[in-house]
Design a protein around this ligand. Structure first.
Ligand code: NAD
Ligand code: ZN
Ligand code: ZN
Length: 345
């Protein structure tokens, strides 16, 4: 089968690999129909993710059809159409029992990281019963690819942890796919204001069309003043960090109002300054989270009922044969205006 293989920092190839086999009774082999590229795949290619060794097939998102199941799989059979979760969950360990699937002691984020992933014609999914979801009849499969990772991430790490409330004020720093997913799912709770902050005018424009009530381009270094002006000097109730660099987390520290919450989503590779000298008396909460994908069944219902349309996030489409072009378009998002790219396997 064809597969996109990580060969070490800045190196990848589209290689011929053997089709995966069932390795444990709880495994399923899924024939990938559609997959995509995540910002995290770019982090891997930069060498930022040491757990991902050279030789690994990348990808942790996608939909497909069950090709084979191990003898212990009871929820799925050959031919079933499935959504693949970016998080594999045994369902039994201490963390899974607390619904913290991301910390599953033998699963978590392993796909396209510690085991071969979805940017291929076939993938082996461990713990298939608790890591795959049946695709409801009549669903748009491209839209569902957005449910493998980015929608649950924006919702769980940003909106739920950020305690977005009706009538509240929210700022989202970073209008990439994750920040936009937080923007779409924040609206379940009818906040009064959602202020989107980014450097990219195109992404801010997209954010406005997705329901942001204000868009702040922070390139001029005056984002704090702008947010304070928009909030009558109070700051926001929820500041969602969806970039993953010190400057944007520190921006959240400056714009969060008394009693507010900073919900961090970004993957941080360097030290960030916590300004407790300013924050100690402001009754704020800071949260961090690796997506657990516990909200996937709810999000499947929401998408089915057309309360949100995740397909709005899809800007480009490529065949698996042209996956290098897909990486190129995704990596140059400011130029290509790419958000999410569908790869047809
Ligand atoms: N916690 C989790 O479970 C989890 C899961 C998936 C992804 N992530 C992380 O979420 C983050 C966002 O992911 P993404 O795919 O949307 O990334 P992305 O790179 O596509 O988007 C980041 C956005 O931030 C903007 N930006 C960069 N520097 C900025 C600055 N100084 N001020 C304002 N905006 C700035 C960029 O223009 C871009 O639009 C990444 O760090 C990713 O690794 C976390
Ligand atoms: Zn991802
Ligand atoms: Zn577990």
């Amino acid at each position: 089968m064809k597969a996109l293989v990580y060969l070490g920092p800045s190196k990848k190839e589209l290689d011929e690999r053997p089709k995966p086999d069932i390795a444990a009774p709880t495994d399923a082999i899924v024939r990938i129909t559609k997959t995509t590229i995540c910002g995290t795949d770019l982090h891997i290619l930069k060498g930022d993710v040491p757990s991902c060794a050279p030789g690994r097939i990348l990808g942790h998102e996608g939909v497909g059809v069950i090709d084979r199941v191990g003898p212990a799989v009871t929820a799925f059979k050959q031919g079933d159409r499935v959504l693949i979760s970016c998080i594999s969950a045994c369902g039994k360990c201490v963390y899974c029992r607390k619904l913290m699937y991301s910390h599953c002691t033998t699963g978590g984020w392993i796909l396209g990281n510690k085991i071969d992933g979805t940017q291929a014609e076939f993938v082996r999914i461990p713990y298939a019963d608790t890591s795959l979801y049946p695709i409801p009849d009549g669903s748009d499969e491209e839209a569902l690819v957005m449910l493998s990772d980015i929608l649950p991430t924006g919702f769980e790490c940003g909106v739920l942890n950020g305690k977005v409330q009706p009538g509240s004020t929210v700022a989202i720093v970073g209008a990439g796919p994750i920040g936009l997913a937080a923007l779409l799912t924040a609206q379940f709770y009818a906040p009064a204001e959602i202020i989107m902050i980014d450097l990219d005018p195109n992404r801010l424009e997209v954010a406005r069309s997705f329901g942001a009530t204000a868009a702040v381009n922070s390139a001029d270094g005056k984002a704090v003043e702008s947010v304070m002006k928009l909030t009558g000097g109070r700051g926001v109730d929820t500041a969602i960090e969806a970039v993953g660099i010190p400057a944007t987390f520190e921006l959240c520290e400056e714009i969060v109002g008394p009693g507010g919450t900073i919900a961090n989503i970004g993957v941080h590779g360097t030290k960030v300054t916590l300004h407790l000298e300013r924050l100690w008396d402001r009754n704020i909460t800071i949260t961090t989270r690796l997506v657990d994908t516990v909200s996937t069944p709810m999000l499947l219902n929401i998408v089915k009922s057309r309360k949100i349309d995740p397909k709005l996030l899809i800007t480009h489409r490529f065949k698996l044969d042209s996956i290098f072009d897909a990486y190129e378009a995704f990596g140059q998002a400011a130029k290509t205006k790419a958000l999410k790219i569908i790869i047809d396997a």
